[in-house]
Design a protein around this ligand. Structure first.
Ligand SMILES: [Zn+2]
Length: 62
């Protein structure tokens, strides 16, 4: 099943910050700027619970 389905767990993107300490830098390892762009974009995204890239949005006041 390669289809991107709705519902359930989706992991099309797991966004990590470049300095993430989780050790699982896949499938996406983003710079701060890339993380912001991904978070602001239309794609469904998951954020890493370790490095919390979504905190960037608050940091930058977006
Ligand atoms: Zn991470």
């Amino acid at each position: 099943m390669a289809d991107r389905t709705t519902g359930g767990q989706r992991a099309d993107y797991v966004i990590h910050r470049a300095d993430c300490a989780s050790g699982t830098h896949s499938p996406v390892l983003a710079t701060d700027q890339e993380a912001l762009q991904l978070l602001a974009g239309p794609d469904e995204t998951l954020t890493c619970a370790v490095c919390k890239p979504e905190a960037l949005l608050r940091h930058y006041g977006a």
